[in-house]
Design a protein around this ligand. Structure first.
Ligand SMILES: *[C@@H]1O[C@H](CO)[C@@H](O)[C@H](O)[C@H]1NC(C)=O
Ligand SMILES: *[C@@H]1O[C@H](CO)[C@@H](O)[C@H](O)[C@H]1NC(C)=O
Length: 316
């Protein structure tokens, strides 16, 4: 298995030009055309287009990929949408694809281009949030933290800003500010989004976390799941989900809100997985967390996977 994993890409890169030449002579279509017409819309097509573009030997296409990579982190939505016609124009020029003969190609390729560089922009956006440290002198940060409490514990007012009550929602000490650590504001934004957009589901999970024997620390585990979601995006594993999502939801590109929704899905599913694993106590956390991550990674290897945020709360 491992040897094959290492050798196959090598063999592949060696014979790839011959396969391409052969298929082109045979079908009169370029590789990108075969992918756009032949592969199923979503992760399957988009990932193949991505690979074909990034492996291209044409200087125009290589320059295009570099340019889009450089610009993607900083573009607004309008500018991102200009990537598609630009890429289509350059690819069609480089490959001598005529618009009147292949009227659908520009649109099919463009959809993939927007999805690919939308994901690359999303990587940058979540990285920005992660790099922003929680700062208790920042009113915006403080206000978000207090709102998290109100959303999760609407019945119980906080007795002070620094109080042992924070442990009731699973922070470690009497001031949450140190608990965000490596995940920064991304951790807080995730927790807040879950509590806002799926308030019933979040309270339901919070209730589970307070279970006398099966309980866990809600906020700390939530921040661990931020790190899981963040790593899925950063390593590219989450492409499957996001490339399918934009097709299914008929959106052009994925957004930070889609990232929050992925997080909510992971939190809700982790809670279920935890309860079903029947842990002895919190000491089992690492093992169960890793087993959970593996099932999600395996699912993402299937290119039809899309994580559905259908957080139905069964009656407790
Ligand atoms: C969970 O988070 C805690 C605190 O941030 C960290 O020390 C621990 O390593 C994390 N565990 C996992 C499995 O990620
Ligand atoms: C991938 O997922 C689809 C839909 O969930 C399923 O029908 C298919 O059997 C899966 N493929 C593999 C190889 O597991």
């Amino acid at each position: 298995m491992f040897i094959l994993d290492r050798i196959l890409p090598f063999i592949f890169s060696y014979i790839r030009p011959f396969i391409k030449w052969f298929l082109h002579a045979f079908t009169r279509l370029s590789e990108l055309q075969r992918i756009c017409y032949g592969a199923r819309a979503g992760a399957s097509r988009t990932s193949q287009v991505e690979r074909s573009l990034t492996l291209s030997k044409r200087t125009q296409i290589q320059r295009l990929v570099l340019d889009l990579d450089g610009a993607a982190p900083y573009v607004n939505n309008e500018e991102l949408l200009e990537f598609a016609p630009r890429a289509a124009r350059i690819v069609m020029q480089a490959k001598r694809i005529k618009h009147n003969v292949h009227p659908d190609f520009a649109r099919l390729l463009g959809t993939c281009v927007t999805s690919i560089w939308g994901y690359r922009r999303l990587m940058h956006q979540v990285e920005q949030l992660r790099a922003e440290k929680y700062d208790s002198d920042n009113l915006d940060h403080e206000e978000k933290l207090l709102r998290l409490w109100q959303l999760l514990m609407p019945e119980t007012p906080l007795t002070g800003r620094v109080t042992k009550q924070w442990q009731d929602i699973g922070f470690q000490g009497d001031d949450p500010k140190t608990d965000f650590r490596g995940m920064g504001m991304l951790g807080l934004e995730n927790l807040l989004y879950f509590a806002t957009a799926y308030n019933d589901a979040a309270k339901h999970v919070l209730l589970h976390s307070m279970h006398p024997t099966l309980g866990y620390t809600y906020a700390i585990v939530g921040i661990n799941l931020t790190s899981m979601a963040f790593n899925l995006v950063k390593t590219g594993s989450a492409k499957t989900h996001f490339y399918n999502l934009v097709v299914q939801h008929r959106q052009d590109f994925s957004t930070v809100e889609d990232f929050h929704k992925l997080y909510c899905y992971l939190f809700f599913e982790f809670d279920r997985f935890w309860m079903e694993s029947d842990p002895r106590n919190i000491m089992d956390f690492r093992e169960i967390y890793q087993a959970f991550e593996i099932t999600k990674l395996e699912a993402l290897h299937n290119d039809s996977t899309i994580f559905k945020t259908n957080l139905a709360v069964e009656s407790v």
